[in-house]
Design a protein around this ligand. Structure first.
Ligand SMILES: Nc1ncnc2c1ncn2[C@@H]1O[C@H](COP(=O)(O)OP(=O)(O)O)[C@@H](O)[C@H]1O
Ligand SMILES: [Mg+2]
Length: 298
């Protein structure tokens, strides 16, 4: 997949190399050691994750990418404490974690707002459960809603919002619990292409303005390269770490960078890891012809 016109994805400018040096020197926010998850099913045991290990540093934005079924959701559900691991260890700022906790927040792909509550009430929900007074929960909620640019909609109900706006509320609601690590499982996967691009930019703005470390699950290559410091590439059957890539694209990011050589070479490399060859597609595809071959339709 390498091209003589493209730089090697491992080539970093001095600025980018210095940035990674600083990133590696930061505290470890999330440490995952030897994580294995087996599911017992009527058809036998499925190993969804096999011996997965990695670390995420404070204020890093790490994406996890891999083919469908490689265990991305299982991984993030275990990290968030919504699922138990078969073996292995997860630590957040060096504290072993088991089960869900306020130090970790989660945003899902599907819209998970309470439909009977307004935007403000949805965002206040976590702080109120945590014991904040109505007054404090409300003033905090207002700040998070302002951060995601939805002040005008604080009294709207979820059904009155677009998909992108609902996900912004979901982000505000997760941040209102003041987690130290935020997990996002394909949060923009259900949005149309244009809204998705907008949300990616919003997310970078939010990340810049909040003291948060983000683990972002996606199967979209452009999204992973555009957002991330590093990308954890998983293999399927069983889900395991294929490679951990340092993205050589400088920050701040912009959509103009999509055509820069380092962006394309990184994208190319991940693509070659995830889709090693297209030939099997042709082999598996039955060939039925309902028309003559046309040299212009190939
Ligand atoms: N609750 C479950 N019971 C049995 N198998 C499961 C369960 N959840 C996930 N799996 C299996 O684990 C593998 C990984 O699934 P998942 O984490 O959803 O992958 P991804 O999010 O990467 O598409 C798949 O083979 C899936 O069928
Ligand atoms: Mg998934």
């Amino acid at each position: 997949m390498s091209s003589p016109l493209l730089p090697d994805y491992r080539t970093q400018s001095p600025e980018v190399a210095a940035r990674f040096e600083r990133l590696r020197a930061r505290e470890v926010a999330l440490s995952v050691r030897g994580l294995t998850k087996n599911f017992e099913t009527p058809r036998g045991i499925i190993t969804a994750l096999n011996d997965v290990s990695f670390e995420v540093h404070k204020r890093e934005l790490l994406s996890v990418i891999g083919p469908s079924g490689c265990g991305k959701s299982t991984l993030v559900r275990i990290l968030a404490g919504l699922e138990t691991a078969t073996s292995g260890e997860v630590r957040v700022y060096d504290q072993p974690v088991s089960g869900a906790g306020p130090d970790r927040g989660m945003v899902f792909q599907s819209y998970t707002l309470f439909p009977w509550l307004t935007v403000k009430q949805n965002v206040m929900f976590g702080p109120k459960i945590a014991g904040r007074s109505n007054y404090h929960a409300e003033s905090e909620a207002r700040q998070w809603i302002e951060l995601v640019g939805l002040t005008k909609f604080e009294n709207s109900y979820p059904h009155q919002l677009s998909g992108g706006m609902k996900q912004r509320v979901a982000i505000a609601r997760a941040l209102a619990n003041q987690p130290r690590v935020l997990f996002m499982d394909e949060p923009f996967g259900a949005l149309d292409a244009q809204t998705r691009c907008q949300m990616q930019s919003y997310l970078l703005e939010i990340w810049k303005n909040v003291d948060i470390t983000i683990v972002f699950i996606t199967h979209d290559l452009d999204e992973a390269v555009y957002l991330s410091d590093r990308i954890l590439v998983l293999d399927a059957n069983p889900g395991r770490v294929r490679e951990l890539i340092e993205v050589p694209v400088p920050r701040p990011r912009s959509f103009q960078q999509f055509v820069e050589p380092e962006f394309i070479s990184t994208r190319h490399h991940i693509d070659s890891l995830i889709h090693p060859t297209q030939s099997h597609v042709r082999e598996e595809f039955p060939v039925l012809k309902f028309t003559k071959d046309d040299p212009d339709v190939v």
